[in-house]
Ligand binder design. Structure first.
Ligand SMILES: [Zn+2]
Ligand SMILES: [Zn+2]
Length: 137
């Protein structure tokens, strides 16, 4: 078991990974800020974003493999640019109250007539405005 780990090198020390100050970084899926990739005692990568209260654990062997590949082959800049692009597409602002939120599947409002996508319901309390999808394009 130990020999295998040695052959692959210690996770945090692999230089080809997207790294800031020698640490592997990965963007938080919610706020897209780069967060340090940490390793559990069982050698599983995870990241924590305190402001968002988000914890991302990669537990499955296939997922860990893919995660390491992502870290190795994407530089942080490119990844963040991609996430910013995603944010532009999926981040909505309510036309009624200005509340900003993510376009989540559970907020999808479909047309009662043809079942097509009408927009997203503002998740803010006491605001049921439907934010049209098109405005973000
Ligand atoms: Zn975050
Ligand atoms: Zn609203």
């Amino acid at each position: 078991m130990n020999s295998l780990r040695h052959a692959e090198g210690h996770y945090g020390g692999v230089r080809s990974m997207a790294a800031v100050n020698g640490k592997a970084m990965f963007p938080c899926p919610v706020c897209t800020q780069a967060r340090e990739v940490r390793i559990t005692k069982k050698d599983k990568p995870y990241l924590i974003c305190d402001p968002c209260g988000v914890q991302v654990f990669v537990r499955g062997p296939a997922g860990i493999e893919e995660f390491r590949r992502l870290l190795q082959h994407t530089n942080t800049e490119g990844l963040l640019a991609r996430l910013r692009e995603m944010e532009r597409l999926y981040r909505l602002a309510c036309t009624q109250c200005g509340h900003e939120f993510w376009a989540e599947p559970k907020l999808i409002k479909t047309s009662v007539f043809d079942g097509g996508l009408k927009g997203f319901r503002c998740p803010k309390k006491n605001c049921d405005a439907i934010v049209p999808w098109e405005q973000t394009q």
